[in-house]
Design a protein around this ligand. Structure first.
Ligand SMILES: [Zn+2]
Length: 285
């Protein structure tokens, strides 16, 4: 009698069709590097929260698409990043981006699960998307061979976050201090340049950082015909004028309310209450 053939094998199934809403929205002009996700401890609350809110298979490529929508045109030089690994692990701070010692084209984004745990419930998804968008910019931006001011690099990353509508509630525009203090401080300044000197201004800033070492005087004069400190002062003046106009509008509204006896509940200042993002400095390479 011939031996019975084992039937304990799995029959191949017809491949599942992804739901239309689950397909990554990929712009064919943007790079499509190898994307990886590494969860160091699945039992951590931060990792569980991440998996609840974020579909990394879609979100990472969407972040790259979003960056190329604002920071690159067809004529720009594009960095040769070949892989991005998102590593979720317990660590202090928020997140940072690094590259492999032997090959700068392989990037790693480290994102703190402790930080994710601490984000207010209603802000979790948007905050995680915002942090990923910021760090992904570091994987695809130029830095003048490492000579660009760190504050400009961070400002470009937060400018992309701003354009992507992923702004945390505590961000505010301000023109005190240095133009290259970084993060949203510089990000809003870049947005002012974009609004004042035309769409594509920040594309030009990033593109110029691809060509040679950063030299402050020539860099800003070539792009905008002015020193960066002059541009910064102009920005400060515009903010002052806007604040004055707002103050006047507020005063006239108050006067009008007094006349007709309108009363309001006092408003709380959300921008001071929600400080989850913390603005902890991250590291580029
Ligand atoms: Zn950064």
């Amino acid at each position: 009698m011939p031996p019975l053939q084992s039937k304990y094998f799995q029959l191949p199934m017809s491949p599942a069709q992804p739901l239309p809403s689950q397909k990554p929205i990929h712009n064919p002009k943007t790079p499509c590097p190898l994307l990886r996700l590494e969860l160091r401890d699945l039992s951590s609350d931060g990792a569980r929260t991440f998996l609840t809110f974020i579909n990394a298979a879609i979100v990472l490529q969407e972040a790259i698409d979003g960056i190329f929508r604002y920071l690159y045109t067809e004529n720009c030089h594009v960095p040769t990043t070949r892989s991005v690994t998102l590593v979720l692990r317990s660590m202090p701070g928020v997140a940072y981006t690094t590259a492999k010692d032997l090959d700068n084209d392989h990037k790693e984004i480290h994102f703190s699960t402790d930080y994710i745990e601490g984000i207010a419930k209603e802000r979790k998804e948007k905050e995680m998307l915002g942090v990923i968008r910021h760090e992904m910019v570091h994987c695809f931006q130029w830095d003048a061979e490492g000579s660009a001011p760190g504050g400009l690099i961070e400002g470009i990353a937060d400018w992309v976050r701003l354009k992507s509508d992923l702004v945390p509630p505590h961000w505010k525009q301000e023109a005190n201090g240095d133009w290259d203090a970084g993060y949203q401080h510089t990000g809003y300044f870049l947005e002012y340049l974009e609004e004042t000197y035309g769409e594509g201004s920040v594309v030009s800033v990033n593109e110029k950082l691809s060509k040679k070492k950063y030299e402050e005087h020539a860099f800003w004069r070539d792009l905008f015909g002015k020193e960066v400190l002059t541009l910064w002062k102009e920005y400060g003046k515009k903010l002052e004028e806007e604040a004055e106009a707002k103050g006047e509008a507020l005063n006239s509204n108050k006067a009008a309310e007094k006349e007709v006896g309108v009363d309001h509940e006092p408003k709380t200042d959300l921008s001071l209450k929600d400080l989850n993002d913390g603005g902890t400095p991250d590291v580029l390479r």
